[in-house]
Design a protein around this ligand. Structure first.
Ligand code: CAA
Length: 246
């Protein structure tokens, strides 16, 4: 039977590429979206069907533990237990720190960092019991090196990898791997929202002189989801065109 993959933020720029890639690779894929995106999710699913891919969608606010738990329970009842969790939901509220308000900080920490507790916690014990699981946390180059205007986002993204390393140790002897992927700047709506002048100066600073295609990030996730990556856990895989090396 096909393994079951849940992708949070699954109808977003990166999420779409990840869902598409995993579905093409033969997984049963469920794309999570925010409850406010119900109409967009219907159109998204129709677009995938037109591409020949059958991907389920499910609404849940991943910044809420209760809603995330409900989502996991519903997926388990409808499809079976989740084998692969891709924590991809994320937002930006870019502000220089002197202009950053508590609401900007809290929104980013809730959606980008607290969500990984909220969604991973209800799938975790089942993975340990079944002796197989893949948790893949989508962080960012800016969690590794910091970014002007992103104190909130950089903090959340760095926190994700701390979570990865701790949880990797708890899952290692039970067949459950936990890894981070840290994309660089990728062509999605999130980076299109950056001011044009700022965006071109960012691209000039990338050794490859271009942003990533979402499919190039999805390829790394597909690898970490596969059996080929069985001995990799607690890793942080950069996919950033050379923007940050360590
Ligand atoms: N380094 C140093 N100084 C910088 C700077 C930088 N990178 N960028 C701007 N500044 C300076 C300006 O020159 C200006 O200086 P003066 O005040 O001396 O003139 C000052 O900062 C501007 O400060 P403001 O508070 O007025 O900033 P702003 O409101 O004009 O814009 C910002 C701030 C919205 C954060 C803008 O700088 C920005 O969009 N930066 C890009 C942030 C970014 O990379 N976001 C990534 C989004 S995509 C993503 O997050 C995906 C991923 O994982 C990669």
């Amino acid at each position: 039977m096909a393994r079951i993959a849940l992708v949070t933020g699954g109808i977003g720029g990166l999420g779409t590429a990840i869902c598409t890639r995993l579905a093409t690779d033969g997984y049963t894929v469920i794309a999570n979206h925010h409850p406010s995106e119900a109409d967009a999710a219907i159109a998204w699913q129709q677009a995938r069907t037109a591409e020949g891919l059958n991907i389920a969608t499910i609404a849940a606010d991943v910044s809420s533990f209760e809603d995330s738990t409900r989502m996991v329970n519903e997926i388990t009842a409808a499809h079976g237990p989740i084998d692969i969790l891709v924590n991809c939901a994320g937002i930006t509220r870019d502000k220089t720190f002197r202009k950053m308000e508590a609401a900007h900080w809290n929104a980013v920490i809730d959606v980008n960092l607290n969500s990984i507790f909220n969604v991973t916690r209800p799938v975790w014990e089942g993975m340990l019991e079944r002796g197989f699981g893949r948790i893949i946390n989508i962080s960012s180059v800016n969690g590794q090196r910091g970014q002007f205007g992103q104190a909130n986002y950089s903090a959340a993204k760095a926190g994700m990898h701390g979570f990865t390393m701790a949880l990797a140790q708890e899952g290692a002897a039970k067949g459950v791997t936990v890894n981070t992927v840290s994309p660089g700047y990728t062509e999605t709506a999130m980076t299109l929202a950056i001011d044009d002048a700022v965006r071109s100066s960012i691209i000039n600073g990338i050794p490859m002189r271009r942003m990533a295609q979402p499919s190039e990030i999805a390829a790394a996730i597909a690898f970490l989801a596969s059996d080929d990556s069985a001995y990799i856990t607690g890793a942080n895989l950069p996919v950033n065109g050379g923007l940050f090396m360590h």
